[in-house]
Design a protein around this ligand. Structure first.
Ligand code: GDP
Ligand code: CA
Length: 323
């Protein structure tokens, strides 16, 4: 059997769960590369934190708290309590004791001049995720959200909007601060040109997938890649399965529906990125030029998630044959 190289664009929790299903679904010799959103990254208490990369790394490495979907299993919160005793700001972002070790090592390596790609690879020697994990970019590209606070319009870091305000301040716009100076990280363009299949995980379309595609050169590389491109809908029955993607889509004028998201990504022959789109069993999507299949898309357990991944690979094969 030839080795198949599957490349996935992924955010945090939705991306990580999907990748674990995909890892179970592919053949033993096949290769998976995940290109992960870093627009959620932030610096807190002097430490560099990459929530989506860590969620993927911990999930695939068996270290995730699977109830919460993020952070370490068996976590304790002593340092956070001590910071609170000093009234240290910001106090709205949870930092667990175990998790802190990851951020300490990452920050030390970045300060010593290593790239985020190199740091991620180093952290993965412990976690052995079984896939190649790449940040979308080694430059800082941080998503900010333009909100109306009541006292005026201002831009706040995505995490402040998402975690502190629970996405309750209506978003007017998402801005990728630093993006014009960013480049795809080492290995990203090579993965896209060498892919046999390219999948868009059922991740947040606005603040995960669009953020990745916003890195200069990346959208073109996806548009032009030789492999079929198949996306999985994060919207089921008109709502996100978990999280608050419905708070993001209106800001970019996209209806919260499987069809709305697919039209937003666009058909490849129309300048977009999709050849195929998977929607949940009872959903429909009419997107000219995009082949649509409907299968169960709820990642309720490893078998269901692996079946979703298999359906995505099957749809990719159908797209390839009909091309
Ligand atoms: P985040 O970075 O942690 O927000 O994670 P992602 O961007 O990777 O994924 C968030 C998206 O995953 C949300 O929009 C959810 O709707 C979607 N999602 C989570 N669980 C499921 C699931 O079981 N099925 C589908 N289809 N989507 C899911
Ligand atoms: Ca995220």
């Amino acid at each position: 059997m030839p080795v198949v190289h599957v490349v996935v664009l992924a955010g945090g929790v939705g991306g990580a769960r999907f990748l674990s299903g995909l890892r179970a679904a592919v053949g033993a010799n096949d290769r998976i590369t995940a290109i992960v959103n870093t627009g959620d990254d932030l610096t807190l208490h002097g430490l560099r934190i990459c929530p989506d990369l860590d969620t993927v790394m911990y999930t695939l490495g068996g270290g995730i708290d699977s109830e919460r979907g993020w952070g370490r299993i068996g976590e304790t919160w002593t340092v956070m309590a001590e910071l609170a005793a000093y009234d240290a700001e910001p106090d709205w972002f949870s930092l667990g004791d175990r998790d802190l070790a990851t951020h300490l090592i990452r920050t030390r390596m970045l300060d010593a001049g290593f790239s985020l790609s190199a740091v991620t690879a180093a952290l993965c020697t412990r976690w052995q995720p079984g896939i190649i994990l790449l940040p979308m970019s080694n430059q800082r590209v941080e998503t900010h959200v333009v909100v109306d606070t009541g006292d005026g319009v201002r831009a706040i870091h995505f995490q402040e909007w998402w975690v502190r305000h629970r996405a309750e301040l209506p978003a007017r716009e998402f801005v990728q601060v630093g993006v014009s100076d960013a480049q795809p990280a080492a290995g990203v363009l090579e993965a896209l040109t060498g892919a046999d299949v390219l999948l868009l995980a059922p991740s947040n379309p606005v603040v995960s997938i669009d953020t990745i595609l916003g890195v200069p050169g990346l959208r073109d590389a996806v548009h032009n890649c030789p492999a079929p491109v198949v996306g999985l809908s994060p919207i089921v029955g008109g709502a996100p399965v978990r999280g608050m993607a419905d708070k993001c889509l209106p800001a970019v004028g996209v209806p919260t529906s499987a069809e709305g998201v697919a039209r937003h990504y666009g058909a490849r022959h129309d300048g977009g990125v999709l050849d195929g789109w998977l929607v949940h069993s009872d959903d429909t999507a009419d997107v000219p030029g995009v082949r649509v299949n409907a299968v169960p898309l709820l990642m309720t357990d490893p078998a269901a998630t692996a079946a979703m991944a298999t359906a995505a690979l099957t749809l990719a094969e159908e797209c390839r044959r009909s091309a």
